[in-house]
Design a protein. Structure first.
Length: 528
């Protein structure tokens, strides 16, 4: 027996129409450093239609890839709407990639047109001769505006298959070549609906999108906001703590999204300066594990609630959110918020052992985390990776456990677990513990070779200016918080920790620096 329901396609084009027709007065606000420019959804919609017409005139057809190389701003939002709705594929390019990696990705995706921010054009100019498929570059500013102005009529939007490609992003490629993940119209639509409900968003919200629009489609929030009519606040290239706080004070966002390193900078800034963050009811933080100390300090000092969310490029990305379960006492709430999160509706999650057997959801059995669902990728674009998939599940590469309530706790990346004397040490737990020290700005931990134990942890730490804390002090601090045999013997105090293009600690680079003798390592006695 079949249902009587209509087979209505879930497409970005229908999402676009909803925002245009119902929420025309909502705003997209782009920060300029000393003020903002603003446009209504109605204006952005009209410009997106003209952009689609202009791209068609340039020869862009259904299925063609259109790249963007831009900050979070109004023009980028116009591309987010126009490109998928015309049947082309939006390919957001990572601004922070090395030139050779950026060229490789553009060629691999076979981008035909790239919309590039005026301030970023010199970076693309350097690799222009290496690009084999790009026919047109459109620079925002005068060229972009003339292109838009030349289109006077409407645009005949095509009927699209909801399973056709809508957008694509590449993984950051810290191990091997980057891999392309292609999102469908259906997956984007369902992911947007899931976020709308999961974060209790509404038309009354103003969403500050700090996470870059090149990083997993800004976690999907430009589409979620458009769907529900929430204002979009775009910080442009002003991602440092001082201008971000000014933007927050001026525009009064209610919800914000960004990685932990950004919010650590903001915390230090607001602690040292009088800044008003009171408009924010919620900060969604992800990209890497959020230190419990960061959440506690924001809540205690500034009344700001941070909740962490977990996902990856392959999961669109939101797969779990750390909202405490029903009935938790106020004093126990942080114990739950410090977890990786509970799987969202639409995502299934399990842990498996080395033989691929499903482990019990008992909150203790540790294995690799696997996920599946309507916005989880089932393959990579033009790349075979059989080791990343298992019986229809995505192998995340994260190691952890899950409990009967659906809460997952990641203890490490499988490639980052430190195997010392036959036992495992969690680099993530050591990092979280170090982050709780009042003199530590940030810290990362990697495994390095050891003659006796095969592998031992090395802690790389950035201290607050003027701090007198020593490695001995940090050893003592950790000894009361983790197993004594976990405490590192090797320490390096540095001015900055290498990071990936999306703000995560680049442990691959840290290991290479240690192997090449480029770190100021202090070696202490062990505490086993």
């Amino acid at each position: 027996m079949k249902s009587t329901m209509q087979d209505y396609p879930l497409t970005i084009a229908s999402l676009y129409r909803r925002g245009r027709e119902i929420f025309g007065e909502s705003e997209v606000v782009t920060f300029l450093g000393d003020g903002s420019r603003r446009a209504t959804f109605a204006t952005v919609s009209e410009r997106a239609e003209k952009l689609a017409a202009a791209l068609k005139r340039l020869g862009v057809r259904e299925g063609d890839r259109v790249g963007t190389f831009s900050w979070n701003n109004q023009e980028h939002q116009e591309a987010y709407l126009a490109v998928p709705s015309m049947g082309a594929v939006l390919h957001t390019l990572n601004l922070r990639l090395a030139p050779e990696q950026l060229a490789w990705i553009i060629n691999h995706a076979e981008d035909e047109v790239i919309i590039v921010d005026e301030s970023l054009a010199p970076a693309l100019e350097k690799i222009k001769s290496q690009l084999t498929t790009v026919r047109h570059f459109i620079t925002t500013g005068t060229e972009y505006e003339e292109l838009i102005a030349a289109e006077s009529g409407g645009y005949d939007w095509p009927e699209l298959d909801e399973r056709s490609a809508a957008a694509m992003c590449y993984t950051t490629g810290t191990t091997g070549d980057p891999k392309g993940v292609v999102y469908s119209h259906r997956s984007v639509y369902l992911h947007s609906l899931a976020q709308w409900g999961a974060f209790s968003l509404s038309e009354a919200d103003r969403l500050l999108v700090i996470v870059p629009m090149f990083h997993v489609n800004a976690w999907g929030f430009p589409y979620t906001a458009w769907m529900l009519g929430a204002d979009l606040l775009m910080p442009g290239r002003f991602l440092q703590a001082d201008p971000l706080c000014k933007f927050i004070t001026d525009e009064r966002p209610t919800v914000a999204f960004g990685v932990p390193t950004v919010w650590s900078d903001v915390l230090r800034h607001v602690d040292a300066n009088q800044r008003d963050l009171s408009s924010l009811r919620l900060v969604v933080c992800g990209g890497s594990a959020v230190p419990r100390s960061l959440m506690e300090q924001f809540q205690e000092r500034h009344g700001l609630r941070i909740v962490q969310a977990w996902g990856m490029t392959e999961t669109s990305p939101v797969a779990a959110i750390a909202f405490p379960p029903r009935g938790v006492a106020a004093e126990d709430e942080m114990d739950w918020r410090a977890k990786t999160g509970r799987v969202v509706a639409g995502v299934e999650l399990r842990t498996v052992d080395d033989d691929g057997r499903t482990l019990p959801a008992d909150g203790a059995s540790v294995g690799e985390i696997e996920v599946r669902g309507p916005w989880i990728t089932g393959s990579y674009y033009r790349a075979d990776a059989p080791d990343k998939f298992h019986d229809g599940w995505l192998k995340t590469g994260d190691v952890g456990h899950v409990d009967a309530k659906g809460f997952v706790q990641i203890t490490d990346r499988s490639k980052d677990v430190i195997k010392s004397g036959g036992e495992w040490i969690s680099s993530v737990e050591l990092e979280m513990a170090l982050a709780g020290h009042p003199d530590v700005i940030e810290a990362t931990v990697v495994g390095v070779p050891d003659e006796r134990w095969q592998e031992r942890p090395l802690a790389l730490v950035v201290m607050k200016p003027g701090a007198k804390t020593t490695p001995d002090d940090l050893q003592s601090f950790l000894a009361s918080r983790v197993a004594r045999w976990w405490v590192p013997e090797r320490w390096a105090f540095v001015g900055e920790i290498p990071k990936t293009s999306v703000g995560k600690f680049n442990k691959k680079v840290v290991r290479a620096m240690y192997a090449e003798g480029r770190l100021p390592v202090t070696e202490l006695a062990g505490r086993r």
